[in-house]
Design a binder for this molecule. Structure first.
Ligand SMILES: *Cc1c(COP(=O)(O)O)cnc(C)c1O
Length: 368
């Protein structure tokens, strides 16, 4: 089976981890933590980097920095991972959804303003599968209505919007370094911000809100969301190779696109003129006219030795939120269609040209 993703671990990562083990710096203090934070913040053009245990906890901490009141609203796309919406719910705020736009599958910026109310406090753009959201209209709305912007940049390491890195636009931006992400630490995450207060607050929240001047005295509740030095050691080594990694991703995507472009029943990833797509995952949406949905297409591909993953299922279709009385009768047609018809093809950094060729042949055979 050709896997959907495999991490690519090189000698430098191993060397760094061994250094942690040999020197005993295996917990959440040590030189690699600050090195990783500084390198990533600098790469993305932000002042502060705060490493956390994963992307989900990065979102949780970032939302908490906003000090939302119960009932405050945060606008996000329905088409995303549960981490985004649950971070809002955990802060006792209300997630408010918008549909996707059909080309990039990102938040449809034309549908945001109608969702803004007196209670709206923030917009959370989630850059999907390697392609930037259209940030200018989002930033303009944020300015007009005095809203904060929290970027979820988990899937866009190295991607750009109008020449600037994704993750450099938000008041806070969140990254995941899970094993299938472009830069990985196994499990891991980071918050980036230019705001000194948010940075201090994030550091406190991820570390049980110990107070620097009096350690076991608490005025706030936090969590243990710390990253280990060993994980940061992996990430620090990976960042040094990011340009090559992004190039490889873009090259693999081009190989796929050149081979699959002729199949009219398959929508392929795009790159808008203002974007640099890093093709985190090579997503495709299969036309309903084939009589197939993503589940049946995935099964046929699996029979031919090709592993795939389905697209996200929209937040408005999640039973857990219906139970809470959220989104029950809401409909987001683009999100619903791509959730049913979309999947991603093998996209890992270990993929060879020959494997891509095999995947494309399998797709062609199925779609005739
Ligand atoms: C992977 C991902 C997350 C969650 O990151 P974890 O490290 O798995 O917790 C959040 N948002 C998006 C868009 C992701 O792709």
């Amino acid at each position: 089976m050709i896997p959907v993703n495999e991490p690519l671990i090189k000698e430098k990562e191993i060397e760094n981890v061994l250094e942690c083990l040999k020197t005993g710096w295996i917990s959440s203090e040590g030189k690699f933590i600050s090195e990783f934070e500084q390198k990533w913040a600098q790469y993305c053009g932000k002042k502060h980097g705060i490493a956390v245990s994963n992307g989900t906890t990065a979102l949780e901490v970032a939302i908490k920095c906003l000090d939302l009141a119960p009932g405050d609203e945060v606008i996000l796309s329905s088409f995303t991972i549960i981490s985004c919406a649950q971070a809002v719910v955990y802060a006792r705020a209300v997630p408010v959804l918008v549909d996707s736009e059909p080309r990039t599958w990102n938040m449809d910026v034309a549908k945001i303003e109608e969702k803004i109310t007196q209670k709206t406090r923030a917009i959370m753009p989630v850059h999907i599968y390697g392609h930037s959201c259209d940030m200018d209209p989002i930033l303009a709305l944020a300015k007009k209505y005095n809203l904060k912007v929290i970027e979820d940049a988990a899937e866009v390491h190295g991607a750009e919007y109008k020449g600037k890195k994704c993750g450099s636009f938000g008041d806070l931006s969140c990254f995941s370094f899970y094993a299938n992400k472009i830069i990985t630490t196994g499990e891991g995450g980071m918050i980036l911000t230019d705001n000194d207060e948010y940075a201090d607050k994030s550091r406190s929240l991820k570390n049980l809100c110990f107070r620097p001047e009096r350690r076991f005295y608490h005025t706030e509740l936090g969590n243990n969301f710390r990253l280990t030095n060993m994980q940061a050691a992996i990430g620090s080594a990976q960042i040094d190779r990011i340009e090559a990694i992004v190039e490889k991703k873009r090259k693999m995507a081009k190989t796929y696109t050149d081979r699959l472009r002729h199949i009219k029943t398959l929508q392929l990833p795009v790159e808008e003129p203002w974007a640099k797509n890093v093709y985190w995952m090579y997503g495709v949406v299969i036309n309903e006219s084939t009589g197939m949905d993503a589940v049946s297409f995935a099964k046929k591909l699996a029979d031919k030795g090709v592993a795939t993953r389905p697209f996200f299922l929209g937040m408005h279709e999640q039973p857990v939120f219906h139970e809470m009385g959220l989104f029950k009768s809401e409909r987001y047609p683009v999100c619903e269609r791509i959730a049913r018809q979309g999947l991603y093809l093998p996209s890992g950094l270990t993929l060879t040209d020959q494997q891509i060729e095999m995947v494309c042949t399998a797709v062609e055979e199925i779609l005739g």
